[in-house]
Design a protein around this ligand. Structure first.
Ligand code: AMP
Ligand code: MG
Length: 339
């Protein structure tokens, strides 16, 4: 298939118009959001949503997030909307928070991965908002990477994965946040954080009171256990390069890595750190700036592959605040390999 590449920088309205026409025709559009780029289709049209799964090579039991322009989307998609959901929407929307509730029958089972719940988010990116409005339908959109690869945070990475696989890709510049939305479920009580993101656990607790941190956020799923969030089952965000997370300070890093570093290996350090050995070095951001680390993480993971590294040793980021999201993605990318 020919993929139409359109920039929102040149003529915003004309690009959105064309992209919305593809959506209404049941096609898939690569869409910028403030978190990562998404692959969007009409969430209420099962045939259109199937095309997303095909383009990504995504397992069909892994549900999609449905994107709306405001909290009226909750009423359109969810069987009932508790006050807690409205409070979250008021505080964090538009923005990087996804809320899970019981779904209405209008949401096709292919969108919800066969579950009786639906994940709803209201993005803040002007391109995403305009596309949803112009299309006139809620947009199901997972990250725009081939399944298993790191999520794309720049237009060129979307083109790399999706050129020829979708009808159109919108260029909305680089993503501000760089990691996917925080996912919280209100479909069971107490509320549970299924995926950390830029909206932090403590910010959620400010609004909701007790919020349980799902075990799968920082641990591999145990053999035979059911995933609260099906996405947790899959190896995710992974470069081809083997990743090893090294805990502790730079001194411990040097001691730990020295005996095992091989030809073709590299390292991921924090800005300003001198590499303890001569080998390719990639910088994740300042050690005390998780937001900047989150913004860079997926690009750096893809750069490791571009550089042809066989293995990268990574300094471990802090798990506090936004750092929880950075660690969740990095640990999963590393298949939970630590030293
Ligand atoms: P992505 O679309 O790549 O950002 O991934 C969406 C994430 O949200 C995946 O990990 C899904 O498993 C999760 N998710 C989406 N809908 C639901 C749902 N109804 N219940 C639980 N998790 C969900
Ligand atoms: Mg994804």
């Amino acid at each position: 298939m020919d993929t139409l590449l359109l920039s929102l920088k040149d003529d915003f309205d004309a690009a959105v118009d064309k992209a919305a026409r593809f959506i209404r025709a049941g096609e898939v559009v690569g869409m910028p959001t403030e978190t990562v780029y998404g692959l969007a289709a009409n969430a209420l049209d099962p045939d259109a949503v199937k095309k997303i799964f095909e383009a990504k090579g995504r397992p069909s039991d892994n549900p999609l997030i449905v994107h709306v322009t405001d909290e009226s989307g909750l009423f359109e998609l969810c069987r009932s909307v508790p006050t807690a959901a409205l409070k979250l929407a008021e505080r964090f929307w538009p923005g990087p928070l996804t809320i899970i509730l019981k779904k209405k029958d209008a949401v096709p089972s292919v969108t919800s991965g066969g579950l009786d719940t639906v994940a709803v988010r209201c993005p803040s990116h002007p391109g995403a908002r305009a596309l949803i409005k112009k299309s006139g339908v809620p947009l199901a959109a997972p990250s725009a990477n081939l399944s298993g690869k790191p999520s794309p945070t720049t237009f060129s990475r979307v083109v790399e994965d999706m050129d020829g696989r979708v009808a159109c890709i919108l260029d909305g510049g680089d993503c501000d946040v760089g990691v996917e939305s925080t996912v919280v479920t209100l479909a069971s009580f107490p509320p549970r954080l299924l995926r950390p993101g830029a909206v932090t656990l403590s910010e959620l607790s400010d609004v909701l009171g007790e919020v349980v941190l799902d075990r799968a956020v920082l641990n591999p799923l145990e053999e035979g256990a059911a995933a609260a969030s099906p996405g947790m089952k899959y190896r995710h965000y992974s470069p081809a390069c083997r990743l090893t997370v090294v805990r502790g300070d730079l001194g411990r890093f040097a001691q730990t890595v020295a005996p095992v570093l091989a030809e073709g290996d590299g390292m991921m350090l924090f800005d300003g750190e001198d590499p303890p050995f001569p080998c390719p070095v990639f910088y994740l951001g300042p050690e005390n700036d998780p937001a900047e680390q989150g913004k860079r993480l997926f690009s750096v993971l893809r750069e490791l592959d571009d550089a042809g590294l066989s293995r990268a040793f990574c300094r471990a980021p802090s798990e506090q605040g936004f750092g929880l999201a950075v660690c969740n993605r990095l640990y999963r990318a590393a298949g939970f390999e630590f030293m």
